[in-house]
Design a binder for this molecule. Sequence first.
Ligand code: UN1
Length: 498
Amino acid sequence: MTHSAILAAAGLTPADLSGGTLAVRSPIDGAELALVRETDPAAMPAIIARAQTAFHAWREVPAPRRGELVRLLGEELRAAKTELGALVTLEVGKITSEGLGEVQEMIDICDFAVGLSRQLYGLTIASERPGHRMAETWLPMGPVGVISAFNFPVAVWSWNAALALVCGDPVIWKPSEKTPLTAIATMKIMDRALARFGDAPDGLCQLVIGGPEIGAALVASKAVPILSATGSTRMGGVVGPQVMARWGRPILELGGNNAMIVAPSADLDMAVRAIVFGAVGTAGQRCTSLRRLIAHHSIRADLVARLVKAYASLPVGDPRKAGTLIGPLVDTAARDRMLAQIAKAKAEGGIVHGGTPVTADVPQGAYVTPALVEMPVQTETVREETFAPILYVMGYDSLNEAIAIQNDVPQGLSSCIFTLNLREAETFLSAAGSDCGIANVNIGPSGAEIGGAFGGEKETGGGRESGSDAWKAYMRRQTSTVNYSAKLPLAQGVRFDV
Ligand code: UN1
């Protein structure tokens, strides 16, 4: 299919693709896909005001009825899966099955949120006073600003939007400047769901396109009580304090520097498969990508030999082609950062396998072979997150040492151990184990299901999105004590007779 056929199939019209100043290029071949119109920063107050008006209506709609809108969104996404997945591939460079997987993740969170719309449970609490009842109720909070990154251009919006909508909150979405087209196409899918729903308030789901100025308006506005931001630690370090300074609630999903410990008892065949998907899948551009391998000295050489062999046969190229496993990096700047980091690691004593640009038999994008870098120790370069397929390999003797290496980075998103030893597995998951928001046993660090809460600690930002009780971040908790007695006893036995 040609680029224009993919754009058209995803519902994008000539008006969506022209008349603006934001140039969108496909990482596949650098072709300019569109000149998208950006939101005028001066329009932001009106956009936020519309969301506030929508909030006042939407919060009154019963939650299961709000869930119906998300159910319809899930249906529309199912119908549009192939076309939206192909657009993700075109705009981000993901291989076909990962583009489709991203849309599947959107469908999954819709299903989850529909069920959730009947399960926004609060606790009842035993009161210490006779004739009193205590309970907590979860209530809608207000407009949610969603600032998303290029690498999951639509799934991250859906994690936030599906929960926010059932929780009674409107959504204002600022996608990455690199990926406005998938966002526009997704809003058209949302519009179809809204049309079928019938009476949702205007301004319930809005899209704003542009640079930092647009994001800054969401970050600064007291009328946007929740701000969910996915991206770099640097961005989160600016956004988080600003939202908190105006007493808003940030939900941050920032950098990861995810590790795998491979113990002597590990099933190495399984470990190799998990390592390769984790480190080179999505061309190493997931927050959860595997970046550090901590292998026991007794199996390290064997593991590295297997990986060098596996890496050598990985098909790099056009992500639309059947059989390709590694598509392009998002742009040449990402490739240059990757090469610079590899050079730094080499200067720190790293032995580098792969990690070179690929130009033969590929279109004109930023294609690379994935890099495997054997490091003597965990250096400063290893402790930095590089959004590219670089896997640093280090060795260890004792599990405690391995856990210490795993935890000795500023980020705390995802982690895993490959072991068949129960003591090691449980130690890794214990209070003295991994310090990450996600810790897995015998599966890699990436490709998390939507059912769990997603996010991490330390410089990853502490936010949780998606499953489990992450919905609570989108609501306000009200604790109520009701006195149905004819007396007014005080708590803690306090006497105050008047
Ligand atoms: C991200 O890279 O921002 O666990 C999210 C995964 C995906 C989400 C990644 N479900 O890899």
